[in-house]
Structure formats: C-alpha cells, structure tokens
Ligand binder design. Structure first.
Ligand code: AMP
Ligand code: MG
Length: 486
C-alpha cells in the first residue's frame, strides 16, 4: 500500500505533445469535503481505503494540491453528437491529471471531472455539479459490480462553490479512472482536420499502450479495429441484457477500449420498455434503449471512416459486418444465463423476444422478474409472476415452453437458484435511489450515497436489512427527467 503522495506517474499521453492536449492547471473548488470514495477503486492505485478520510485526499481531488509528477492536460477531440459532426469538442471541464502505474504494472488515467475551464470549454463554466458527479460515481461502480466494462470512479468531492444550472447548485469533482481516455472522437478529430501525421501518432500510441497484442498481427490496425468492434458488441450486449440505457451515445462518449464511458442522463430500466428514452433532451429517441444496438454500429462506422488512412475500405466494411452477429450471440448467451438455461436450443431467441414483448405490454419490472424467476422452482415461481402479466394466455404459453426447457436440462433447484442469482442482480441503480441519495447529499448528509454505493457494490448478494433498495420505484420516482451535461 502506498501513501497519497507516493503515486508513480508515467504520463504517456501528455508526452504526445500540444497537438493532442493542452496543459491546464485544475481550478480548485472551495472548502472541499469527501462525499464518497470507492475502496475498490482506491485499491487499483494501491491506496489504502482509509486514506480517503485524510484531508489531503479531498484537497488533491478538489484541485487544491497536485503531485509534482502529474501533468494535468485537457485533451482535444471531436465527434458526432446526435448524428451531427461537431468539429471541435475536447475536455471542456475535465483534465487528464496523468497516468498512474500501480504495483502490478497497470496504467490508470486519473481524470478530474469538473476541474474548471479549458480551451475546449466553449460557453461552459468548466464545472460539474454534485448531482451529476454522484450519478457518475454510482453508475461507474455499480456497472463494474455487475460485470459490465466501465470507467471507474475513485471519489466525489463536494464544495461550497456555487454553480448555476437551472437553479443554483454547488460544484463537485469526480475522479475518474480508466486505462485510457481515448475516444472514437479523438480519431475523428485528426482525420477530419486532415492531420494525418498526428492521426498516425495517435494510432501508434493506442496500439503500443492499449492493444500491444495487435502489433504482432500482419495488419495491426485492422486487428485493432476488429477488437474495438468485438468489445463494443459485447459491451452493448451487456447493456441490453441488464437494461442499461446510456442516454448520450455520441461518438465522443465512446471509449476506444469498449468500456461504458461519460455517464450523463443514463438509466436502468425499471419497467421493461424497449422504447425507453432516458435523456430528456433526446427528442427523437435516437438513443432510446433498443436503438443502442444500431447506434453502436453507427458509431463504429464513424470510427471506421477516421481509420480509412490505415485500413482498406473493404476490410473496414467486412469488420463492421461482424458487429451485429457478435452482438446477437453475446446477447442471447447472456439472456440464456439470466433465464437459468445451460444449453442453447433452437427457438431460444424467440423465447427471449416473446418474454420481452409480454413484459413490455404489462410494464413488468425488468430486474425483479429475473431475480424472482430463480428464487424457487419454475412451477411455483411462474404461478406468482403470472400475476404481473395482463396477457395471461400469452404468459401461460411462454411458461409452458420455458418449463419444458428447464425440465429438459434437469439439475436441482438449489443449483438453478445459485446459478441464476449469480447473474440476476437483486440490487440495481434505479434512478429514484440515486435521486434520494443526491437530495440527502445536497443537504450535507453523505451517509445515504455511501450506503447506496455499498449496496450496489454487491448487487447479486442477499443483503439482509437492505431489501427496500430492491423495491420498485414509487410513482414519483418513475418519471424523473434528466438531461445531457450538468
Ligand atoms: P458531455 O455531454 O458531458 O459528453 O459533454 C460534451 C462536451 O461539452 C464535452 O466537450 C464537454 O467537455 C463539454 N462540457 C460539458 N459540460 C461542460 C461545462 N459545464 N463546461 C465546459 N464544457 C462542458
Ligand atoms: Mg462527453
């Protein structure tokens, strides 16, 4: 374990120079205090979780102090926002503080979000509010616990600095960790500005630092793009299987590593709704729940365009063609597991689709359904779940087929329950739970957000006394409106 001052930095991205990022010092927020920290994320940096309580911790992650070997910089990128190309974006309110190398030799980007204005702030104030910082913190750590690849969150620091949104709020900072902060939009920026020399430097950096195994391939760039396609197909399959709606799948919010990135107005589905739009600003539903699959493909095509100087168009096209079949295979595999099925059979895809259709028409709680399905043997659990469905004939027909599949596989109910509970979370990050924790934190009470984080870090475990966290949302919590940046 290390002390806070002992972190080892090796700032590889910063060394690429001024074409890629601009040196900017963090602009501190007033009277910093720790809101919540992730012990698991601290361990990634070899930090003892107890260090979070030291005043130095909040000072570092509220921009008051900095390691002498850090190299805070704002990265430049561009990207397609809601399908429209924006030629210049960049870190408008976040800074890459540097890359920490842990004892295992892993590199972790330290990115401080809400660190003040940069050359890329455009009209923005460079700040993040407490509310959005807590939302990103909770989601990062909750998705990780669910086994969904994501950036991580070390901590949220709060302050007394005022920030104006629709009303006056307070500024906060989030310390995000990821092996890389390179987005699809980084490649797009150098491609569309015609800086192909820099594009090559970026590509070589990404390959050397994050896809070194691709360098052994005959066509390293083609191997790299193929892996990005594969990782995104798997990532989005996980989002769809667990009911996660990202909300702002702009190409600047897509990580080159295939991890969930840049949390905004995200939501986990409460009632199953394939058409759910979690982003209040998304009028056309471009980023609706079911559109995440074609949009994932669309974003990969945007990246492919920026890689045309390195990879033949035919190869890019063929590789893009892998996305949908790979997605479907991953998704079906995950859904089989969620249903407790061990083997693959013809008709499984239809079995899943019919269930989702039934859930959709009856507004059945998506997460609870799967958890309860594994709780007891199918005959008893299906009889109870039946009460949730309006189309009883449809549900009965589905149940008959499902039971036949379970019977055919055999095995004990005890095994089935263990297996299903290991993939069907009891606790998910419902918007209303985040909202309650945020409202308490805004009043200066950080216990609820810390407790919620603790609950969500063990989503598959029974946690006696914490059952209320597994409940469906109250009416007020079903229609919370959340918009893009805050
Ligand atoms: P996002 O919607 O959070 O992905 O942000 C899109 C772009 O707007 C990025 O370039 C951000 O850095 C920038 N941005 C968002 N909020 C702010 C803010 N409060 N101040 C400055 N730039 C911002
Ligand atoms: Mg963004």
């Amino acid at each position: 374990m290390k002390s806070l001052t002992e972190l080892t930095f090796d700032n590889r991205f910063a060394r690429l120079g001024d074409a890629f990022s601009t040196e900017v010092a963090p602009d501190p927020i007033a009277e910093p205090r720790l809101v919540v920290a992730s012990a698991a994320a601290m361990q990634l940096l070899d930090l003892d979780p107890a260090l979070a309580e030291e005043p130095l911790f909040a000072e570092l992650f509220a921009g008051h102090k900095l390691w002498s070997t850090a190299a805070p910089r704002a990265m430049v990128y561009s990207g397609h926002q809601f399908g429209v190309y924006n030629p210049r974006l960049g870190d408008g309110r976040g800074l890459l503080l540097g890359e920490v190398v842990n004892q295992a030799g892993e590199y972790w980007d330290l990115h401080l979000k809400g660190a003040g204005q940069t050359p890329y702030s455009r009209m923005g104030d460079g700040r993040a509010v407490l509310r959005s910082s807590i939302r990103e913190f909770l989601a990062s750590e909750a998705l990780h616990a669910l086994g969904i690849p994501t950036s991580r969150a070390l901590c949220v620091t709060g302050s007394t600095s005022p920030v104006w949104r629709e009303k006056q709020e307070t500024a906060a900072m989030l310390l995000r960790l990821a092996p890389s902060h390179v987005r699809f939009g980084h490649f797009e920026y150098f491609y569309y500005t015609g800086q192909h020399e820099q594009l090559k430097i970026l590509g070589e950096h990404v390959l050397a630092c994050h896809f070194a195994h691709c360098l052994e391939q005959e066509q390293p760039y083609a191997a790299f793009f193929r892996e990005v396609v594969e990782r995104n197909a798997e990532l989005i399959a996980r989002w769809q299987a667990y009911g996660f709606c990202h909300g702002v799948m702009n190409s600047d919010n897509m990580s080159i590593l295939g991890i969930t990135f840049d949390y905004g107005p995200y939501a986990f589905l409460d009632d199953f709704d394939a058409n759910h739009i979690c982003n209040h600003s998304d009028d056309s539903g471009r980023y609706s729940f079911s559109n995440q699959v074609p949009i994932g493909h669309w974003n990969l095509a945007a990246l492919a365009q920026a890689l045309t100087p390195f990879i033949e168009v035919e190869v890019l096209r063929d590789t893009l063609g892998l996305f949908l079949p790979l997605y479907q295979a991953h998704y079906l595999d995950l859904m089989r597991r969620r249903l407790g099925l061990l083997s693959a059979a013809e008709g499984d895809e239809e079995l899943v689709q019919r269930l989702l259709q039934l859930m959709q028409t009856s507004a059945v709680d998506y997460s609870q359904f799967f958890r309860r399905l594994g709780e007891e043997a199918p005959q008893s659990t299906l009889a109870v779940l039946r009460e949730e469905f309006a189309d009883l004939a449809g549900f009965d027909a589905w149940s008959t087929e499902y039971r036949a599949r379970v019977d055919q596989e055999g095995g004990s109910q005890a095994e089935r329950r263990t297996r299903m509970h290991a993939v069907n979370p009891k606790y998910i990050l419902r918007n209303y739970l985040a909202q309650q924790a945020i409202e308490a934190a805004e009043r200066g009470d950080y216990a609820p957000v810390r407790e919620l984080h603790a609950v969500l870090s063990r989503p598959f475990d029974e946690q006696p006394g914490r059952e209320p966290y597994a409940e469906r949302p109250p009416d007020w919590g079903k229609h919370l409106e959340i918009s893009c940046s805050s």
